[in-house]
Design a protein around this ligand. Structure first.
Ligand code: UDP
Length: 405
């Protein structure tokens, strides 16, 4: 059971006292969160900690996961891609399937006496239409909304305007064309879950051995779903440039989220692109690793790369920084909130493969630089992106929609 008191020593007591005070205004309030996967991706990662901590603080928070099949998730992944600016064939059939699955889910998902409802991302967005709305509904969108496909956006707006509030991760995602209130909340990592807690050296070595990752050369790592927006093929190209100058290995750690059916196709493309490097063991694919194994990998890596083309926030960046591993990442979406170029890591334009490789080489060949980036990176995460801060935002937000209206 997760408890707020477990965070003593990591965050200041004043912060914990403030959380208890905020939560006391919400005692026995019944909140329900709905998203579309219990495993894989940043949203589930956050809900795993956020919801138990809300309960520990005295708020009755529940979690429901939308049930849908592959066809549905193909449609919603196309919507996800469309919201991030990709063209989409928005057929009536897609719209119908999207709405029907939500309607079916609403039939056996009873939202009655809840005091507030928080819907995460586009997959369960339409369910609001199938209830008599008796409480505030919040749409929490974790996606980059800065340049959505206009037709898709217009279609989704029809659902969004039924909500009382929309929350996004970055100022650039606020929408002037929406008639509802909007706020910004930054995502956050849990410093003491299996993904991020400190690990003994022997445990780290055991996990690396289990995955056949030799430690004779420095490791460059990207941890991401197999998704084109994470640009794993670009990562391989960058790695090829780096290894011409520094002998090192690349580890691509990836998993498949149940609401992301594109993963297998991208995975096959990655294998083809890595080709002989895979056979030589210079590129290693770590698939379906446990949280503790990802933790070990992020700690053992000399550089963590996040070469995204679009990125709502990118929890993997804060995860690496929290572990004192220097990060080189694309200057897209929420990443620049975390990586301040030359201070807490290095930022590069997503298509600048040469600069990306240069920055990695700089870190690999300059221990002092690596150490300085690591120290400042960790401090930046401690101040801004720990789950206690996210909990504080949610408590404040719920207080404002429930008690101040
Ligand atoms: N992740 C993981 N195993 C993997 C790949 C990713 O546990 O093989 C986790 C990663 O550590 C992070 C989350 O999935 O906690 C990804 O969140 P992020 O915000 O970076 O991206 P999203 O998948 O939500 O786009």
């Amino acid at each position: 059971m997760k408890r707020l008191e477990d965070y003593r020593g990591i965050v200041e007591d004043e912060i914990l006292a403030d959380l208890h005070k905020r939560a006391s205004k919400l005692y026995d309030r019944h909140i329900v969160h709905v998203n579309s996967t219990a495993q894989g991706g940043g949203v589930a990662e956050m809900l795993y900690t956020l919801i138990p901590l809300m309960n520990d603080a005295g708020v009755d928070a529940g979690w429901r996961v939308l049930v849908g099949g592959t066809d549905f998730f193909n449609v919603t992944k196309a919507f996800h891609n469309g919201l991030q600016g990709e063209p989409i064939n928005l057929s009536e059939q897609k719209k119908r399937l999207y709405t029907q699955v939500n309607e079916a889910f609403s039939q056996y998902t009873h939202i009655t006496t809840h005091d507030a409802v928080v819907i995460h991302d586009p997959q369960p967005l339409p369910i609001i239409k199938f209830y008599k709305k008796r409480q505030p509904w919040i749409w929490r969108c974790h996606i980059d909304l800065s340049d959505p496909n206009p037709k898709l956006w217009e279609f989704l707006q029809g659902y969004i305007l039924r909500y009382d509030l929309m929350i996004v991760s970055h100022e650039a995602y606020l929408r002037p064309d929406l008639p509802i209130e909007q706020r910004i909340v930054n995502p956050a990592i849990d410093p003491i879950n299996q993904k991020n807690v400190a690990l003994p050296d022997a445990t780290i070595a055991r996990y690396m051995k289990r995955y056949g990752i030799p430690l004779d050369k420095p490791l460059i790592t990207q941890v991401s779903r197999f998704d084109k927006w994470k640009d794993p093929l670009g990562v391989i190209e960058v790695y090829k440039r780096v290894r011409e100058r520094v002998d090192c290995r690349l580890v691509l750690a990836g998993n498949m989220a149940t609401d992301d059916p594109e993963g297998f196709t991208i995975f096959e493309k990655v294998k083809r692109r890595a080709g002989g490097l895979l056979d030589r063991g210079d590129v290693i694919l770590m698939i379906g690793a446990s949280d503790a194994e990802i933790n070990a990998l992020q700690r053992m890596s000399s550089v963590v790369l996040q070469k995204s083309l679009r990125e709502g926030f990118g929890l993997t960046v804060s995860e690496a920084m929290w572990k004192g591993t220097p990060v080189v990442a694309s200057a897209v979406g929420g990443i620049p909130l975390q990586v301040i170029d030359g201070d807490t890591g290095f930022l590069v334009e997503p298509n600048d493969l040469d600069l990306c490789a240069n920055r990695i080489v700089e870190i690999l060949t300059d221990d002092k630089l690596a150490e300085e980036l690591a120290v400042r990176g960790k401090e930046h995460v401690r101040e801004n992106f720990l789950i206690t801060r996210l909990l504080g935002h949610y408590l404040a937000l719920l207080d404002s929609v429930l008690n101040e209206s």
